[in-house]
Design a protein around this ligand. Structure first.
Ligand SMILES: Cc1cc2nc3c(=O)[nH]c(=O)nc-3n(C[C@H](O)[C@H](O)[C@H](O)COP(=O)(O)OP(=O)(O)OC[C@H]3O[C@@H](n4cnc5c(N)ncnc54)[C@H](O)[C@@H]3O)c2cc1C
Length: 380
């Protein structure tokens, strides 16, 4: 039996689907118009037992493994949600793991538990206006002064920044390069933290994104995540989870578009016959199904090997690129086969078409993934 399809996980899928179809999907269009998901939805998700899946019970989580957390994201998308909705509701999936891994009881109590209870929101800030791909080039400075770090600099394109209470922030505490980077949890209520107005985007409209300025912000040194200088390896370790999550969101988005298109081509008639009777249409749909299945099968295999402790650095990058490429092609075909309706805001494939564009950019771009693979194949 596939570990993605055990009786417990089938039950989990049903629970997520029910919650999504009743509490999320009917409100999604409004949240897309508003540009934000209300904070209380995090509490609703927590009360339904879905917000903290994949986090250990010892830090306020619901237990389970990454597969359970990925199933939640997958099922939200398959039931009519979106990758933008997953980004908005589960930003803590990238904001908290470094803190949990470092294991500081004070930070767990002050930050991790309230976020997993749906009472607070956590984000991750690595990208800066000067660049996101070059993580080792972070410029935001944190200088130790007594019991505090004084933080100066800025971050860009930060998911959930307009709502976040805590931002796990990559800062430079040492010299140039990867070794000089640390992670510091910045409370957005501190003097000198300035969050920009929401940035206007192509997709992920329900997910707020903003820039953040730090102007001499005094952050207690107790907010340091792990030892000083451990930020870069910590970010790289957690990137595996983020990249695999994006791969899952990509194949789930593609599967949802395939499902919608299969229904559409049966119903839509042109020249007196359903579209599904035309060979060119049938073959296009068959190709969509092939791409989705390959992306899903490969991504799930890499997730399982990653959880088994294998070295999957290159294959995580391959999974992200494979699933993103499949998604790009499938959402494009879905819009094309929907014709004019595919370009209308009222058709779901239109939203997936826009939302999917970020998947090859966030969490490391397609080019950077290819570079990761090349570096391992052809060391300099
Ligand atoms: C909606 C949205 C949400 C986001 N959320 C977050 C978040 O929550 N937290 C966060 O920290 N960041 C976030 N990001 C930022 C995202 O991670 C970065 O945009 C991404 O890493 C790319 O960085 P960049 O935009 O600076 O592009 P750049 O690094 O400037 O790259 C520009 C282009 O050059 C290519 N390129 C760069 N270097 C090379 C190279 N060596 N060889 C070949 N090609 C190269 C890239 O692939 C890309 O195509 C978000 C972005 C978006 C759009």
């Amino acid at each position: 039996m596939s570990s993605w399809d055990t009786p417990e996980r089938r039950l989990l899928r049903e629970t997520v689907r029910r919650f999504s179809e009743t509490r999320l999907v009917p409100r999604l269009a409004q949240w897309e118009d508003d540009g934000v998901v209300p904070r209380e939805v995090h509490r609703e998700l927590a009360d339904a037992g879905l917000l903290a899946i994949g986090f250990p019970e010892g830090v306020g989580g619901s237990g389970g493994t990454a597969i359970d957390a990925l199933i939640v994201a997958e099922e939200i998308i398959l039931s009519g949600g979106s990758s933008g909705l997953v980004a908005a509701l589960f930003t803590h999936g990238i904001g908290l793991p470094h803190i949990v891994a470092a294991g500081d009881a004070g930070l767990v109590d002050r930050v991790v538990r309230p976020v997993l209870a749906g009472e607070r929101i956590a984000s991750l800030a690595v990208t800066e206006p000067d660049g996101g791909s070059d993580v080792a080039g972070v410029r935001t400075r944190a200088v130790r002064d007594g019991d505090d770090y004084v933080v100066t600099g800025s971050k860009m394109y930060i998911t959930s920044a307009t709502r976040a209470d805590f931002i796990t922030t990559a800062v430079r505490t040492g010299g140039e390069g990867a070794g000089g980077i640390s992670l510091l949890v910045v409370d957005t209520g501190l003097a000198g933290v300035e969050v920009s107005a929401p940035l206007r985007k192509m997709g992920w409209l329900c997910s707020d994104t903003a820039g953040i300025g730090f102007d001499g912000v005094r952050v207690p040194a107790t907010n340091l995540v792990g030892p000083q200088g451990s930020g870069f390896p910590s970010i790289m370790r957690q990137f595996a989870a983020e990249r695999l999550s994006i791969a899952v969101q990509a194949y789930a988005t593609a599967q949802r578009c395939l499902d919608l298109t299969t229904v559409w081509v049966r119903e839509r008639e042109t020249f007196g016959r359903p579209l599904s009777s035309r060979q060119v249409v049938r073959h296009r749909v068959a190709e969509m199904a092939r791409e989705v299945d390959v992306a899903r099968t490969y991504t799930r295999a890499v997730v399982e090997d990653w959880l088994a402790g294998e070295d999957v650095l290159a294959r995580v990058a391959m999974a992200k690129n494979t699933a993103v490429l499949a998604c790009d092609r499938v959402v494009d075909a879905a819009v094309q086969l929907h014709g004019g309706m595919g370009c209308m805001r009222e058709s779901e494939v239109e939203r997936h078409y826009r939302d999917s564009r970020i998947l090859g950019i966030g969490g490391g771009t397609t080019e950077i993934m290819t570079e990761v693979i090349a570096k391992l194949l052809l060391p300099a």
